[in-house]
Design a binder for this molecule. Structure first.
Ligand code: CP3
Length: 334
């Protein structure tokens, strides 16, 4: 009997919780250089596949290659995360055509071509940041707790904000198209800071730009699956999937119940949503309970098992292996 198992992969499945990643990272101090080294980036993308046999490969890269391509200064400091020279308007970006921007990061397309040859039967996911999330880092100059600068920018410098958003949206479309031409099967748009906005701001800065990206990708390549992750959207998750073309919606832990029905009606798969903190402890019974609860919760939907956000660097490898085993052995109760 062939049983259709729930596929599984983890956000940030290639990363610091893996000793084989840390070994490569030790040799290449500059994180962006690593993202732009095709052989190494391809090797890192495949590390979690070799170790765990995850069902999807995600390209190893970062959403902040887009500000870098636009000539903003971007660096990653150890134990501090990304640091950017903050900008205040599009005039601070000294860039010319999109073709020139994409040339600066064209090694990423070479990584994809290498992976396309090595992916066997697995699906390869390419990605970019959602335009508002990328704007957030460009304005804040890095990771922020209060997000005061970006909120202030959207509210009080609305015209300037929209001008940069337009550049980010259009460049992201061209970037994703090149990823598709190079061989990715799916694209994921990480709108990690969608939860900062509401009402008209959510409409103008989250829904409309994501809608534009989705429409462009769908008409460019109808076979490419589109995954959206408007993290933190809460009740706006419903507006999002009603307005934006998507094949898969990635959920965090706070979503409206009705999304499960709407997703079924629209033939959208649910992806999610184990809290990455649940993978930290040594309490196997609790992990099993949480994992099974998610499988039960989404058993009447098309479901791809995943986390509600990226895997944490302190995650024990055994917990990842355990979770995969539980997912692969799961038989839904009637
Ligand atoms: O999922 C994967 O395995 C693919 C690789 C991937 C990375 N970043 C590698 C990475 C993906 C899909 C991303 C997306 C990304 N990058 C997002 C969206 C998803 C999310 O988590 O919300 C965001 C917001 C970023 C920006 C970013 N990059 C931050 C805030 C940080 C610092 C925090 C951290 O985890 O260190 C990064 C660095 C980063 N990106 C690392 C990795 C493996 C760690 C860098 C290191 O090795 O030192």
């Amino acid at each position: 009997m062939i049983v259709n198992k729930t596929p599984i992969w983890f956000m940030r499945q290639a990363g610091r919780y893996l000793p084989e990643y840390r070994a490569i990272r030790k040799k290449e101090k500059n994180f962006l250089d690593l993202c732009l080294s095709p052989e190494l980036a391809a090797e890192i993308s495949l590390q979690p596949i070799k170790r765990f046999d995850f069902d999807f490969i995600i390209l190893f890269c970062d959403i902040l290659v887009i500000p870098f391509a636009l000539n903003q200064k971007v660096s990653f400091l150890p134990s501090h995360g990304p640091v950017l020279d903050p900008i205040e308007s599009k005039l601070d970006l000294n860039y010319r055509e999109f073709d020139v921007c994409l040339k600066k990061i064209s090694n990423i397309f070479q990584t994809i071509r290498i992976l396309t040859e090595k992916k066997n039967k697995k699906k390869l996911i390419g990605f970019c940041g959602g335009p508002f999330t990328v704007l957030n880092y460009m304005i804040e100059g890095g990771t922020s707790v209060s997000h005061k600068k970006i909120i202030n920018f959207v509210r009080n410098k609305n015209k300037k904000a929209k001008e940069i958003m337009e550049i980010l949206t259009d460049l992201s479309i061209e970037y994703l198209k090149k990823q598709i031409e190079s061989g990715v099967d799916c694209v994921k748009i990480f709108e990690s800071w969608a939860g900062l906005l509401n009402g008209d701001e959510y409409l103008n800065f989250i829904i409309k730009p994501n809608q534009k990206i989705s429409q462009a990708i769908r008409s460019f390549s109808s076979r490419t699956k589109i995954i959206h992750f408007p993290r933190g959207s809460k009740d706006n998750y419903t507006n999002f999937i009603n307005e934006v073309i998507c094949d898969v919606i990635s959920l965090d832990e706070s979503y409206p119940e009705e999304i499960l029905k709407i997703a079924n009606k629209k033939n959208i798969s649910i992806q999610g949503n184990l809290n990455p903190k649940d993978l930290l402890s040594g309490d196997d019974d609790r992990l099993k309970e949480k994992t099974l609860a998610i499988l039960e919760k989404f058993k009447n939907n098309k479901h791809i098992f995943n986390l509600s956000h990226g895997i944490l660097p302190k995650t024990p490898i055994e917990n990842v292996m355990n979770t995969i085993k539980i997912v692969r052995n799961y038989e839904p109760t009637k």
